[in-house]
Design a protein around this ligand. Structure first.
Ligand code: ZN
Length: 263
């Protein structure tokens, strides 16, 4: 989940920031576009995690890349603003919100994996742990990917599920031989200082020189991201949903979504 309160201050004027110019390569698929497997696989912990880099997905879709988005959990513990008890009903609602967001962003949602919100970091070395089950489910998916996107080691603001998804995906990709290994990208917040409340919530930043992959988005991409944000009705109230994407555009992304290569 995204920290619900993170949005509130994003509408504030962005701080003056100077960053070094960095090359902005677009994705370069190594394989043809007619494969049934997706070229881009995005692995995240909860429906709404995708909002942190949402405009990059329609950019990739416009380039003709097929994109699959996998949520490890349904976010069944995060009541957000729903007032719902954690559990199956909330899981179903959030699953549908994830589908809604995927449609807006022109990506296919794969799953559900439904591994249990808040469980990915528990007893991780147990063969039957959620983390190990996640690894088993992901393996075939990553085999033919050209680009894989997941949380960085920071998990955005340190959420244990986010960090574990990052660790599992990275572990799988680092074991793949060079000729099969996809490009692994972590979203990077590079424009510092971060606005409040992101800074006080512990959102991590990445040095701009490491964030060498940038997706410059258009107004249409931003509109798609905004449409995706409106899907997550259980997590954010109307005013917050209206501010998420405009706030990130003005104070965090500033015209391009940045990623760093894992290796
Ligand atoms: Zn999350």
């Amino acid at each position: 989940m995204l920290a619900a309160a993170m949005i509130a201050a994003l509408a504030a004027p962005p701080p003056t920031v100077t960053t070094e110019p960095v090359p902005q390569p677009l994705p370069q698929p190594r394989r043809t576009l007619d494969l049934p497997s997706p070229e881009v696989v995005v692995v995240l912990a909860h429906p709404d995690d995708e909002l942190v880099f949402a405009p990059a997905l329609p950019v990739m879709a416009r380039e003709g890349l097929s994109i699959h988005l996998i949520f490890a959990t349904d976010g069944d513990q995060g009541p957000g603003v729903s007032g719902m008890a954690p559990g199956a009903d909330l899981a179903m609602k959030r699953r549908m919100e994830g589908f809604c967001s995927g449609m807006a962003l022109r990506v296919d949602i794969v799953g559900p994996l439904a591994l249990g919100d808040g469980t990915l970091g528990l007893r991780a070395n147990d063969p039957q742990s959620a983390a190990n089950r996640l690894a088993e489910r992901l393996k075939p998916y990553l085999a033919d990917a050209v680009t894989v996107i997941t949380w960085g080691p920071d998990g955005g603001y340190g959420h244990a599920d986010h960090r574990m998804v990052s660790a599992v995906v990275t572990q799988l990709v680092q074991a793949m031989p060079a000729e099969k290994r996809p490009r692994l990208l972590y979203p990077a917040l590079i424009n510092t200082p971060l606005p409040e409340p992101l800074a006080s919530q512990g959102w991590a930043t990445t040095a701009p020189d490491l964030a060498t992959v940038r997706y410059r988005y258009t107004a249409a991409d931003l509109a798609a991201a905004n449409k995706a944000a409106q899907c997550h009705r259980t997590q954010f109230d109307d005013a917050t949903r209206a501010m998420i994407v405009p706030g990130f555009d003005a104070a965090v992304w500033k015209g391009e979504v940045a990623f760093r290569l894992a290796f």
